[in-house]
Design a protein around this ligand. Structure first.
Ligand code: SAH
Length: 326
């Protein structure tokens, strides 16, 4: 637990009253991501790009196809939201280095707030001259755009409402860092994330200025529903989300129905949601695995299974493909 952050949160609660979950989650995650590289075996959690280079390679192929579908523009914004260690972007660019003109046309832009992770991204993307932004506001809006976001939206703050006797009440955090209300069952909880909707709206409005394609990949559900999915992960274990302030990764499942509606409202075309396993297979990940195995790469079978098997990341993770202007 970060003592300073805990005091800051408690002072705010003393001053303003019990704190909404999205405020708490925003403060905790800002500190959490700013102060460490949370990824990998030695960290708190492992993401698909960190499982295997195959993930980024296949997404690179998707991006190259999207670029060709736009008519191979000589300059375009290649944007990633929340790039972590920069592994996905580096794997994408390396995989499609054989696609004539793609890398030369790509202007790499990264939305990232963490100074630690910006440094990691700069190290692996040396040579691509990436430009960083705190939010979508500074991303150039006069070029075609291809955007990817993997495990980004789940980290943005969420609110919870709890039903008691037919009344939905905001779930709040008291000064002793306990909940004001405990749900009688998970069905009595609903989650909403104004923060995710705002970012999606900004992204979709940016996309709707010209030719655009986007991929949002995250764990979540296709349809809005009920349930408490707020979780904290530390050293690969689930922990109590109100303990370990600023020292655990706070997330919740992404409501893709809401994101798709927000994108569609801006005029962006959203394809039917796919499960990650089906998407990666459709994009040729098995052929890529066979190729890497033939080259003598280690662990290919196990890594492939981790990415596509239904009981691993294949089913829980969803892929939302967006297009505009083609
Ligand atoms: N996409 C990477 C990392 C996922 S972790 C991967 O798949 O490995 C979440 C990422 O989003 C981190 O890079 C984190 O610093 C960034 N992030 C979290 N909240 C953010 C915010 N509000 N604004 C910008 N970036 C944020």
């Amino acid at each position: 637990m970060n003592a300073n952050l805990k005091l800051l949160i408690q002072d705010e609660i003393k001053r303003d009253g019990p704190m909404r979950l999205d405020r708490f989650m925003g403060l905790c995650n800002a500190h959490y991501y700013a102060s460490r590289d949370p990824l990998g075996r030695a960290g708190d959690f492992v993401t698909a790009p960190e499982v295997s280079q195959m993930f980024g390679e296949v997404i690179g192929a998707w991006a190259a196809q999207a670029w060709m579908d736009m008519g191979s523009p000589s300059a375009f914004v290649l944007l990633e939201l929340g790039p972590g260690r920069g592994t996905l972007m580096a794997d994408m660019l390396r995989a499609v280095s054989g696609v004539a003109g793609f890398a030369a046309a790509a202007r790499v832009h990264l939305v990232e707030t963490s100074p630690v992770l910006r440094a990691a991204q700069g190290a692996v993307l040396k040579g691509y001259d990436p430009q960083w932004h705190d939010d979508l506001g500074g991303v150039p809006d006069d070029l075609p755009i291809i955007v990817v976001a993997n495990e980004f939206f789940d980290a943005l703050p969420v609110r919870q409402e709890v039903e008691r006797d037919g009344v939905w009440q905001e779930r709040l955090i008291a000064v002793d860092l306990t909940w004001n209300i405990t749900p009688l069952s998970t069905e009595k909880v609903r989650e909403v994330s104004p923060a995710r909707e705002v970012v999606m709206a900004q992204l979709a409005q940016r996309m709707a200025r010209g030719a655009a394609a986007g991929l949002v990949i995250d764990y979540g559900h296709a349809w809005s529903g009920f349930g408490d999915t707020f979780q904290a992960v530390k050293a690969h274990e689930y922990v109590d989300p109100l303990m370990h302030i600023g020292e655990a990764d706070l997330t919740s499942h992404v409501d893709f129905e809401v994101l798709a509606r927000v994108a569609a409202d801006a005029g962006v075309h959203v394809e039917p949601l796919m499960e990650q396993g089906a998407f990666l297979k459709a994009m040729g990940v098995e052929a890529r695995a066979a190729y890497l195995k033939g080259k003598g790469a280690a662990n290919v079978e196990a890594d492939l299974a981790r990415l596509i098997a239904p009981e691993q990341m294949g089913k829980l993770f969803k892929v939302m493909v967006m297009r505009y202007g083609q």
